[in-house]
Design a protein. Structure first.
Lengths: 313, 70
């Protein structure tokens, strides 16, 4: 009797172990390989960032930082009264509200863009387990509109330009016009590397933002209107801190650095000069400074997107 | 006490079953550890990988060999 009991127990445990070990080893090997692939890519990214930062540092001098390599606005400017200028800009600015893509089973996670990271049955099951443990389905069901950025009207009056990272993860986009009405918007396209996105809005055209013929000099006054922390149509002012090639988060490119108070929600907002003309667009920051994409590049990237091409300098 | 009730052959058999059971149990524990570690690694992968993937997008770095991309 006791022998039979042990025989059954041993056989059952043997079969169970055999059944469990194979998928466990497969799952373990998959995740270990993915972790290794991610590590390799993180090293690659770190190296690229260091290289870009070093190159930008080498290329920089006081004159390039002052914007003397650009065609700059050399007109003298006196004290600026933004209360006079802002009303001329406001009709061209919008707030952007999005519904984020659903988490689903982790499909929208950008880890799958990392070269070498593989997906198979094991990752699919682990995703499902993670989704179940963290209630992703509930999160997806309770998604709501959130104002996470700003933009400005361009071209024909139905085109809105914003930062690509504002709409990159969006499933649906809507735009709050200066009069307070919401308009449905369609994403025409976005170039994440240049941080420029193009939207098309329904209804009556808005007033396109005038474009500055030249860039402001270092130290000249600028202002921006955005939705910091979702507080729409908020004005903040500062100066041009410098011009320089930035090799931080984005593809290395020339940026205008400004010191106007800016936080999440200002992204995509237009930066304008003392004449109320667009000079750049808010991209990302390292408080209290913010990198803004010069308006010439914003328009060139938007044009490339609208033509279905990829922007190249 | 129970051992007193089994014969010599049964005793050897019993020893083999017990060893098999212990080894199988160790195998099951190993499988459990591998599942647990794999899950933790996967969670880290989802968290840190999302940021890395975003950087790749933002920097416009080439996304070569996207094996099994979802």
């Amino acid at each position: 009797m006791i022998v039979q009991t042990w025989r059954r127990a041993a056989l059952s445990a043997y079969i169970l172990a055999g059944l469990a070990l194979a998928p466990a080893a497969f799952t373990f090997a998959t995740t270990a390989a993915n972790v290794k692939a991610l590590g390799v890519q993180k090293t690659r990214i770190d190296q690229a960032e260091r290289k870009a930062a070093s190159a930008a540092d080498e290329a920089l001098n006081a004159y390039s930082a002052a914007g003397q390599i650009n065609q700059v606005d050399s007109l003298p400017h006196g004290p600026v009264d933004w209360s006079e200028i802002a009303p001329h800009v406001v009709p061209s600015v919008v707030n952007i509200s999005v519904i984020q893509r659903p988490k689903g089973q982790g499909e929208s996670n950008r880890v799958w863009l990392v070269p070498g990271v593989q997906t198979n049955l094991a990752t699919s099951l682990l995703n499902r387990l993670r989704a179940w443990c963290h209630g992703w389905a509930t999160d997806d069901q309770t998604r709501e509109w959130a104002t996470i950025g700003a933009g400005f009207i361009s071209g024909d009056g139905n085109t809105v330009l914003t930062a690509a990272h504002v709409v990159n993860d969006a499933e649906s986009v809507r735009v709050k016009m200066p009069a307070g009405d919401w308009r449905a918007a369609r994403i025409i396209g976005h170039d994440y590397a240049q941080d420029v996105g193009v939207l098309l809005i329904d209804g009556e055209p808005g007033r396109p933002m005038p474009i500055a013929p030249a860039m402001p000099r270092q130290g000249q006054a600028i202002a921006t209107i955005g939705a910091p922390a979702g507080w729409g149509f908020s004005l903040s002012a500062g100066i041009v801190s410098r011009y320089g090639e930035e090799g931080g988060l984005l593809k290395p490119a020339k940026f205008m650095q400004i010191d106007a108070p800016i936080t999440g929600g200002n992204s995509g907002g237009v930066v304008f000069n003392a004449n109320g003309e667009a000079v750049s667009m808010v991209s990302y920051g390292n408080q209290p400074f913010t990198q803004a994409v010069p308006i010439g590049r914003v328009l060139a990237v938007a044009d490339a997107i609208q033509r279905g091409r990829r922007y190249s300098e | 006490m129970t051992k007193d009730n089994v014969t010599g052959d049964q005793g050897r058999e019993l020893r083999i079953y017990r060893i098999t059971f212990a080894l199988a149990l160790a195998g099951l524990m190993l499988a459990g550890w591998m599942f647990q570690t794999a899950y933790q690694q996967h969670v880290d992968l989802l968290n840190f990988g999302d940021r890395a993937g975003e950087k790749i997008q933002m920097r416009g770095m080439p996304q070569d060999d996207q094996e099994g991309r979802q």
